[in-house]
Design a protein around this ligand. Structure first.
Ligand code: 8YV
Length: 339
């Protein structure tokens, strides 16, 4: 079979996902994980019909300038703050993401951080491993914050936020949420969650989870003022994007005891973690691994492949990619390969 299209994969991917692409297209797959400079990205994308890229690959109008060839960009993530969707749409490039397949895994991880932060798992393990457990434990050693019976707040009640909420029943928690749009009543009932305005959410939550997409409009949605409005001794968990939180203000609130603990999977300037957060024992830190279960990461890779193939008009779903971000392009142009 003559392969009409060329596809670039910007980072190592599961062999079985690459093999599916390889059946249909000329594949250029990076074998090592690395940061591509804007110039490298621009050069690579100019030479292919489609690409699978990661969150560290930023695509904007400058990346696309003069690119006559690119048709499809598949982001290996549900969040797409690395993509300028307007610029892609103007350039006629279909953008796709990986929603849904990672909801439950990421929600599981929100609970891992909630529990680890509230019950001081990270600090206690570091203490034990460093050989400091040499005598009997005092009754007031390692006191944490309870989850059961407390109020869980969720800021951003999309599919991941809802999956976090559904798990709270097992902990007998009251669940409040804030979202720009209130959810239909039936969904609120399924999640056993009640809509409140943002100030109420901050004031009443014992544990607050951030699960909203990052946009320029919600940069530092949790800053010094919001942290001051939170309950004293509460816990903050961020599984969404680092830019939602003013990290310096968060470190100050933790150091002052305004917040008891925090669990962070995402950072303002990844892979750099604010030194003031690194210095605090009451912060549980992980390297943006919320969706990293073996099954989910495979499902994300296959979904990205599905999007590329269908976006290029190949395979069984030709012309009908499962998860486009700018689907208006599908109606505005003839499907490639079918023109
Ligand atoms: C990343 C995520 O995709 O999907 C998202 O938006 O933030 C994660 O699932 C993953 O960490 C790979 O970079």
């Amino acid at each position: 079979m003559t392969k009409r299209y060329k596809v670039w994969v910007s980072r190592p991917l599961f062999a079985e996902a690459l093999a599916r692409l390889d059946q249909h297209v000329t594949l250029v797959a990076e074998a090592t994980e690395r940061q591509h400079s804007p110039a490298q990205l621009r050069e690579r994308l100019a030479d292919v019909d489609a690409a699978i890229i990661g969150l560290s690959d930023r695509v904007d109008a400058a990346t696309l300038a003069g690119n006559e060839r690119l048709r499809v960009i598949a982001n290996l993530a549900v969040g797409y703050n690395n993509l300028d969707i307007d610029a892609l749409t103007r350039a006629g490039v279909l953008a796709c993401n990986t929603p849904d397949v990672l909801n439950e895994t990421t929600a599981d991880y929100a609970w891992a951080l909630l529990l680890a932060a509230a019950r001081r798992v990270g600090a206690a393990e570091r203490w034990l491993r460093s050989g400091q457990w040499t005598g009997t434990m005092r009754i007031d050693d390692w006191l944490g914050v309870d989850l059961h019976g407390r109020t869980l707040g969720i800021l951003g009640m999309g599919r991941i936020g809802q999956a976090v909420a559904r798990r709270a029943g097992g902990f007998d928690m009251r669940v409040l949420y804030h979202n720009r749009h209130r959810l239909p009543e039936v969904t609120e009932r399924q999640c056993a969650a009640r809509w409140v305005d943002q100030p109420t959410l901050l004031a009443e939550s014992d544990h607050l989870v951030l699960a909203l997409p990052y946009t320029p409009g919600n940069h530092h949605i949790i800053g010094a003022a919001e942290l001051a409005r939170m309950k004293r001794g509460s816990v903050l968990v961020n599984i969404a994007r680092g830019g939602l939180v003013d990290e310096a203000a968060l470190a100050a609130a933790l150091a002052a005891g305004q917040l008891a603990a925090a669990g962070l999977d995402v950072y303002e300037d990844e892979p750099v973690v604010h030194p003031a957060l690194l210095a605090l024992d009451q912060v549980v830190l992980s390297p943006h691994l919320g969706s990293a279960s073996a099954d989910t990461r495979r499902n994300m890779a296959h979904l990205a492949v599905d999007n590329v193939l269908a976006g290029l008009g190949l395979g069984s779903a030709a012309g009908d990619p499962p998860t486009p971000i700018n689907p208006q392009l599908l109606h505005a142009r003839p499907a490639p390969g079918k023109a």
